[in-house]
Design a protein around this ligand. Structure first.
Ligand SMILES: *Cc1c(COP(=O)(O)O)cnc(C)c1O
Ligand code: SF4
Length: 375
């Protein structure tokens, strides 16, 4: 496994030298946040942007934030505009051509009993605790709401949501999302987790965060110790491509696991990035080597500006069918479509039907099997 810290072939300097800082600064998540790439000129330190990328940056800047951590930028292939890292974060004029997309395809606004809470299921909620991520993914569902914010105002708002959770005893599972909850400082996280833990009916707290992928240095020993004080905490992160499985990301996942936090992965099926069986297999197998369990792979939503990432659902089903039986079962995530009524599994129909007293099933390699079905 190679790390960002490795000197790339054809380059004589490690990334922190290219960024003009010490190795310690480079590994400091606060430095990474401050030094984020925000325009074409910053980006030129890492790649030579194509005309399409430059025009994308210029024409899309007022619509969707363009921000990349130096760590993630150092993973980009400077010579390949189709690089799966680059395509996830660098704007492209293709985002301007999308007849189907809408700003809120999941109708989340209508499923919000109180600001920042999305409730689709009776027993669990998504709690959007902030609007900020370490970087912004071009395919993101949440990109409509990102921006800077004032903590005092945010704290008051979060308190209203906490009151709602306190008064809603059915809620046993709270998923902290955003934005990205790990962009919060340790102090803010401590405040939030303490408040949630004080609610007796909240059994588990989950974190949805992309920082182990986009800024793994955020996963410090102090953060892990903090999380361990508020167990049971589960965490799902978001790797989309095997090239994101660096030594640094592995270290971040290992620290979380050592702290007793089960780590899962939710990816998005993205055209030209991971929509082939070999890449999905390598990603799933790479994740389980890190002891990270692939959980969901989402069908990309009909979100505005993302037509160039979408894959037809039938093709997605065939892709996951090709993995079944050909790798460890737990290296395969469940392919799902998120809808305003919850997540729907998209599965090949292995259960073919009933014939008399028998049920007919199809195995991964196409064999039909009849099984006497108990009445
Ligand atoms: C995904 C999601 C959850 C959690 O769903 P699980 O299937 O339990 O992982 C909860 N609430 C909302 C709104 C969600 O989108
Ligand atoms: S990190 Fe997650 S929430 Fe943030 S922009 Fe990327 S996909 Fe969206």
């Amino acid at each position: 496994m190679s790390g960002v810290g490795d000197v790339k072939p054809g380059s004589s300097e490690p990334p922190w030298q290219r960024a003009g800082v010490t190795y310690d600064d480079w590994r400091d998540w606060r430095w990474q946040m401050r030094a984020r790439i925000r325009n074409a000129r910053d980006l030129e330190a890492w790649i030579d942007p194509t005309a399409n990328e430059r025009e994308g940056i210029e024409r899309l800047s007022d619509r969707f934030h363009f921000v990349i951590t130096p760590y993630y930028a150092a993973l980009m292939d400077p010579n390949d505009p189709e690089c799966p890292i680059r395509r996830q974060v660098v704007p492209h004029i293709a985002e301007l051509e999308d007849p189907l997309g809408t700003p809120d395809p999941l109708d989340e606004v209508a499923h919000s009993p109180v600001k920042n809470v999305i409730r689709v299921y009776p027993d669990r909620i998504a709690f959007c605790v902030n609007n900020e991520c370490a970087l912004y993914c071009r395919f993101c569902l949440r990109k409509r709401m990102v921006g800077d914010e004032d903590w005092a105002m945010k704290k008051a708002e979060l308190s209203v949501a906490l009151d709602w959770i306190r008064q809603t005893p059915e809620i046993r599972d709270v998923l902290l999302t955003g934005g990205d909850p790990l962009v919060f400082s340790d102090e803010r996280l401590e405040w939030l987790l303490t408040a949630l833990r004080a609610i007796p009916h909240v059994e588990i707290i989950r974190l949805g965060t992309r920082l182990p992928v986009t800024l793994p240095y955020r996963v410090t020993d102090a953060l892990c110790a903090l999380l361990a004080r508020h167990h049971p905490i589960w965490l799902n992160t978001h790797f989309n491509h095997p090239r994101e499985l660096t030594a640094e990301a592995a270290e971040a996942c290992d620290r979380l696991l050592q702290a007793g936090v089960p780590v899962g992965n939710q990816s998005v099926l993205l055209g030209g990035i991971n929509d082939d069986p070999a890449t999905l297999k390598e990603l799933g197998e790479g994740l389980v080597k890190l002891r990270v369990r692939p959980y969901y792979c989402y069908q990309a939503q009909l979100l505005e500006g993302t037509a160039h990432f979408r894959v037809p659902i039938e093709r997605g089903v065939e892709l996951f069918r090709k993995l079944r039986g050909r790798t460890s079962g737990f290296a395969i995530p469940e392919y799902v479509l998120d809808t305003p009524h919850g997540k729907v599994p998209l599965q090949y129909p292995y259960l073919r039907g009933r014939e008399g007293d028998d049920i007919v099933v199809e195995s991964f390699d196409g064999h039909l099997w009849r099984e006497r079905n108990p009445l």
